[in-house]
Design a protein. Structure first.
Length: 304
């Protein structure tokens, strides 16, 4: 029987509930990703990318249904301050938003006149700016999008001001930036590097970038090195602990970068989010399935 928790540091014990077990809520996808908790709908949305559909878990009755399909090969999702879902589209090579009238509207699709690669993960700051990673996974093959050459020739993290429309390349020193999140006070941007998929010498890490006045002001530093496989998507809890997907586990890191514990999962973990009425239920997307476990930690805010 798989252990529910692996404790590396006593700080992890305060974040878990000893008798809470990992639950498999649904299975049947090909590569599931991008979970987001939508409090107003009491539901969790997530992507089944190769099947080109957006799935929905109803927190009231536990039912699962197709929310939308086809959906443009969505990957990562987040909420903005108005509770609108913001999505990364591999197919449309864009970042879009589901407005309150039920219509998806593109927020950005080009940088300096060139098409984006395939936006992967996204987060919205309190000032309304939209930050997203743009590796090439959605254009590398027809499995998760539409195979095409990169027009930009690089993979960056971008900062979009939706009011002015200004799009800035915020992180340009990573081979394949992937998951991202902010610290609770938004003084740090964390980004995972998954470039080993394209270059065996690229180290899989999470890097931290200091921010000031809403913009990156310093070079990225290694926050955590992967113990096994890759870091993909991750979230911060309200106390600044980072809950990260890593191979067949969720690995938890204290704010000082110490790996304090893990939650093993029987499939390859892609991403996660906090949900539930008290934001203490960790939803986990892993290869073909959606899992959940109650923890003694809470999501860092509306966007997490």
């Amino acid at each position: 029987m798989t252990e529910t928790y692996i404790v590396h540091d006593d700080r992890f014990r305060s974040l878990i509930i000893g008798h809470a077990k990992l639950e498999k809520l649904w299975t049947g996808g090909r590569w599931v990703e991008g979970p987001v908790h939508v409090p107003a709908a009491k539901s969790v949305l997530w992507s089944d990318i190769p099947n080109d559909r957006l799935m929905r878990f109803d927190e009231c009755d536990g039912s699962v249904s197709v929310f939308e399909g086809p959906c443009g090969y969505h990957n990562g999702h987040t909420l903005d301050a108005q509770g609108r879902v913001v999505a990364c589209e591999h197919g449309g090579r864009s970042v879009s938003r589901l407005d309150h009238d039920g219509v998806w509207r593109s927020l950005v699709s080009h940088w300096e006149g060139k098409r984006l690669n395939s936006p992967n993960d996204v987060v919205v700051k309190r000032d309304g700016t939209v930050w997203f990673s743009d590796p090439t996974y959605g254009i590398d093959s027809h499995y998760e999008g539409h195979r095409a050459p990169s027009e930009i020739g690089a993979s960056n993290v971008y900062r979009l001001d939706p009011v002015s429309g200004e799009l800035t390349a915020a992180v340009t020193d990573m081979l394949k930036p992937n998951g991202l999140c902010f610290s609770p006070d938004e003084s740090i941007l964390y980004v995972s590097e998954t470039g080993r998929t394209h270059d065996a010498s690229c180290e899989p890490v999470i890097r931290s970038y200091p921010l000031q006045d809403g913009r990156i002001v310093g070079k990225g530093q290694v926050f955590a090195k992967s113990p096994n496989g890759f870091f993909d998507g991750f979230r911060s809890d309200a106390n600044g602990n980072i809950w990260a997907s890593n191979a067949d586990a969720v690995c938890v890191y204290a704010p000082d970068g110490t790996h304090i514990g893990s939650i093993p999962v029987e499939e390859m973990v892609s991403n996660l989010c906090f949900g539930g009425p008290k934001r203490n239920r960790l939803y986990i997307t892993a290869q073909t399935s959606l899992y959940a476990i109650y923890v003694n930690a809470h999501g860092g805010g509306w966007r997490e």
